[in-house]
Design a protein around this ligand. Structure first.
Ligand SMILES: [Zn+2]
Length: 408
């Protein structure tokens, strides 16, 4: 974005003072706004903002954009996605309609392994084209900071192929992308029945290779029933941390897995899913630097329980929400829909759900210093709505178009 003065903003939504990293418990109840305002963008960052009557003389070296009374929001942040994949899994969509469970589909060699087979037979260029299209959809829906994972390779070369695609997306799009190595998403087909050997491959071959090309910010493990054990997760996180990769964890989607504990133990940036948690996990997360991140799109699509977001907030904890966009369990990248599910299914207020999709989501991928709120010094990335509306309109009339434009 060129140096620009936005004027006649009907309402700025999502203002936070500098230095706020995340919102916990009652802090999530409030979304600060400012009516009839201006905002100045310089060098791609929010330079200053204030009420229109405080504007005084307009600087002459900037473009002026008149928002004619429309509303300005910080862009959504999506801290958990799998948008690099080949083809799709429509057959499994139908299998699920016909009653097969996620575990049954995985046991039949489908699920993640199906995506891995498709990805193996897809060139890096084709994979890039497919992922770029999905990224463009995310941008059009107002998400400008996102995390993207590997994990459909499950072979060293294929995992690297995915991460190189993510790097190309970073280079070619003016958005902030965090990259996560998820070699331990499932056991690769060749290693069936030899799970510990696969963990060796992840630790001794994949992680060093990923680090040598500097392809990832985070290391992730699917620590859950039927996937990786706590001990295996422990080994993988340790190996990743030796190479400077901070953990992020898939935990407690299918069972109370112990994944939260191992994640917190290694200071994970977030523990994700949490459809099945007890009060014990909540206590473990309290006073940790790990963000509880819930994925209501997966609960919606798979008919699973929803994470206990309301209980977390009531207990004084922070909560973040993400799309989990992927072809198997959450084929939507729409953070507005995620925000709506936060309200409709998890009983968060619109303010709580909005905070979970912006500042707390930014914190769940280490991007809270640049994204997630209207704050001086943060990057300029905004949603302009088509009119001034109450925040509750967005999740309530959740299919009525509300974005006028996305400003990067
Ligand atoms: Zn996931």
């Amino acid at each position: 974005m060129k140096d620009t003065l936005l004027v006649n903003i009907g309402r700025i939504v999502g203002i936070l003072p500098e230095g706020v990293r995340k919102l916990c418990g009652k802090e999530m109840d409030t979304v600060q706004t400012l009516d009839n305002a201006w905002l100045l963008v310089r060098s791609g960052k929010i330079d200053s903002f204030g009420p229109m009557d405080s504007l005084g003389e307009r600087p002459s070296d900037v473009e002026v954009m008149d928002l004619s009374g429309k509303m300005l929001l910080p862009a959504f942040c999506d801290a958990h996605t799998h948008i690099v994949y080949a083809g799709d899994r429509q057959q499994e969509f139908v299998d699920k309609i016909n009653g097969l469970s996620y575990e049954e589909i995985a046991a039949r060699g489908g699920g993640i392994l199906n995506s891995a087979d498709l990805l193996h037979n897809t060139s890096e260029d084709s994979l890039y084209e497919q992922a770029a299209q999905r990224l463009e959809e995310m941008i059009s829906k107002g998400t400008l900071t996102m995390e993207i994972k590997s994990g459909y390779g499950l072979r060293t070369e294929d995992e690297l192929k995915m991460l190189r695609v993510i790097r190309r997306l970073k280079e070619n799009y003016p958005v902030d992308i965090k990259s996560t190595f998820l070699g331990a998403h499932a056991v690769g087909r060749e290693y069936r029945g030899r799970q510990d050997e696969y963990v060796d491959l992840v630790c001794k071959e994949m992680i060093p290779a990923v680090a040598s090309e500097n392809l990832a910010d985070f290391v992730d493990v699917f620590c859950d029933e039927g996937f990786f054990t706590v001990e295996q997760t422990d080994r993988i996180l340790k190996a990743g941390m030796q190479y400077g990769l901070r953990p992020k964890i898939h935990a407690n989607e299918l069972a109370v897995s112990g994944g939260v504990q191992v994640g917190v133990n290694y200071n994970a940036v977030s523990v994700d899913h949490l459809e099945r948690t007890t009060d014990v996990e909540m206590e473990v997360l309290r006073n940790s630097d790990t963000m509880p991140l819930m994925l209501p799109g997966a609960s919606f699509f798979l008919g699973m329980p929803y994470g206990r977001a309301k209980d977390y907030v009531a207990a004084g904890l922070p909560v973040a929400l993400a799309s989990d966009c992927n072809p198997g369990s959450s084929p939507s990248c729409d953070m507005r829909f995620v925000m709506a599910l936060g309200c409709i299914k998890m009983r968060l207020t619109p303010q709580q759900s909005f905070n979970a999709c912006t500042i707390n989501a930014a914190c769940a991928m280490g991007a809270e210093d640049v994204a997630g709120s209207i704050t001086v010094g943060k990057k300029a990335g905004f949603i302009v709505t088509n009119k001034v509306m109450e925040l509750g309109f967005i999740p309530y009339f959740h299919h009525t178009p509300f974005i006028d434009k996305v400003l990067i």
